[in-house]
Design a protein around this ligand. Structure first.
Ligand code: UD1
Ligand code: CA
Length: 469
């Protein structure tokens, strides 16, 4: 076989994954936010396969939905075993004469591109018909055992194994390189005469071994042998991936105070000199700038954080936190929240579909929904937007430099003008004009606001005995 013969990758992902005890197909279970099957697909990429096929069956549409565009889904109508799955894939390769068929079980998310590359390399240099990836495991239970009889490699499934075969600790990891013509010739001859009544892909090794040659390739990094058949194996594999992600961030200049309690999904980006404190979860398309402090106990999903921001003991969902802004402790930023630079959302606040302008403060115990807060405004403790009348949502506008007293209720739709001021406990159901002080329940505008008086006093001349309130 020539060095340049093309590689066709086939990922087996049609099975149900019975041992997961799940309503969801096994390959759709996620590790660090990414479905299992996608790890396997990504590992084949550096080999530049000429074709990338994914055999789907159980929950085919759901699996297809997570596949990258360049992967071709091939439907296996009935899950009659791994041999049948490869037979179905080969039908899509009709007309291809020469090449290596790289077959990868969809449930080995830790398999590296390096191992796949080495397997193909070994296969090509040995000039054999089939090469299978194997490993010697402490606990081989559940996996096919690799037995060599008179130079012929054979794989025995645990359920079909004799007692002495079960003692074997050399296992099949479900990763194979086949000569395209060799696998084509052998696949038709599979029989389902075994304990499960399925067509075992593994049986082709014996056939190919007798005609050309089949050899094993031993896995170098034992970590990659963490295959996933049940949820406890899922957790073990995820733990390894989680540590890999954390290590990559640390190497890139992020401080992670407590890697044990920090969960960062594969897709998250973090800038240099940001510190992640214990108990923090960063998920989805979350992006954090540099020089931030995130955590402790913070959970951000699809949230963008600028540079130099602080977020502690808080939850973010589809929110944006600007440069130098601060959040928490104990606040909840819901979708559509935008905190402009230097804004502050303090303790026990909820913000939704709202923009909080540059330098503005929502320091304590507020609900801000469907609101537009200008810059340098200050919302007193307990300021609440009444944005919902039971049927519709309405918007609240608070102008630049406005100040609301504690427990102000803003009955939307309503506007509090620029530099306006509301008294403690006021109920604002009419617009407060710019520069006015409004008090009462419901509040009426009564006289000029303190900001405006102060500004005017400053303009009129020095006011020496004025104190700050
Ligand atoms: C298989 C191997 C076993 C090996 C183990 C490694 C066979 C007969 N046995 O066993 O020797 O040690 O993998 O993980 O191959 N699939 C399909 N269509 C099907 C059946 C399965 O696409 O009809 C897919 C599954 O989605 C899965 C992969 O093939 O991704 C392996 O199937 P699984 O049932 O997990 O095989 P094992 O019993 O673990
Ligand atoms: Ca398996």
């Amino acid at each position: 076989m020539s060095e340049s013969s093309p590689i066709f990758a086939v990922i087996l992902a049609a099975g149900k994954g019975t041992r997961m005890k799940s309503n969801r197909a096994k390959v759709l279970h996620t590790l660090c936010g990414v479905p299992m099957v996608n790890y396997v697909i990504e590992a084949t990429r550096p080999l530049l396969p000429e074709g990338l096929f994914v055999v789907v069956g159980h929950q085919a549409e759901l699996v297809e939905a997570v596949l990258p565009e360049d992967a071709e889904a091939v439907v296996q109508e009935e899950q009659r075993g791994t041999g049948d799955a490869v037979r179905v894939a080969l039908a899509s390769l009709e007309g291809e004469e020469e090449g290596v068929l790289l077959v990868v079980n969809g449930d080995g998310p830790l398999i590296s591109d390096r191992t796949l590359g080495e397997l193909v390399e070994r296969h090509r240099s040995a000039g054999v018909g089939a090469t299978v990836l194997v490993a010697e495991l402490e606990d081989p239970s559940g996996l096919g055992r690799v037995v060599e009889d008179a130079g012929v490699v054979r794989i025995v499934e645990e359920r079909d194994a004799t007692e002495s075969e079960r003692e074997v600790r050399l296992v099949n990891l479900g990763l194979y390189a086949f000569g395209l013509s060799e696998i084509r010739d052998a696949i038709g001859g599979l029989s389902s005469e075994n304990e499960s009544g399925e067509l075992y892909l593994t049986d082709v090794l014996e056939t190919i071994g007798r005609r050309s040659r089949a050899v094993t390739y031993t896995l170098k990094n034992p970590e990659e042998a963490n295959l996933v058949n049940d949820r406890s194996q899922l957790a073990r594999a995820e733990e390894i991936l989680r540590r890999r992600i954390l290590d990559a961030h640390m190497r890139d200049g992020v401080t992670v105070r407590d890697p044990v309690s920090t969960h960062i999904e594969a897709s998250v980006e973090i800038g240099r000199d940001t510190v992640i404190l214990p108990g923090t979860l960063l998920r989805g398309s979350t992006r954090i700038g540099s020089d931030c402090v995130i955590g402790p106990s913070t959970d951000l999903q699809d949230t963008l954080v600028g540079d130099g921001a602080l977020v502690e003991h808080s939850v973010g969902r589809g929110a944006e936190v600007g440069d130098g802004a601060s959040v928490g402790p104990y606040s909840f930023l819901r979708p559509g929240t935008v905190l402009e630079p230097e804004a502050k959302v303090g303790a026990f606040c909820e913000v939704k579909s709202s923009r909080v302008g540059r330098g503005s403060k929502v320091p304590h115990l507020s609900y801000i929904g469907d609101a537009e807060i200008g810059s340098d405004a200050n919302l007193g403790a307990g300021t609440i937007t009444a944005n919902y009348d039971g049927e519709k949502k309405y918007r609240t506008r608070v102008g630049d430099g406005a100040f609301t007293g504690v427990n102000t209720n803003l009955i939307a739709p309503v506007t509090v003008g620029e530099d306006a001021y509301t008294g403690a406990g006021s109920v604002i159901n009419k617009d407060v004009p710019a520069g006015k002080l409004a008090v009462g329940a419901p509040a009426r505008a009564i006289r000029e606001s303190p900001q405006r008086s102060r500004k005017r006093a400053q303009e009129d001349g020095p006011a020496e005995n004025e104190t700050e309130g």
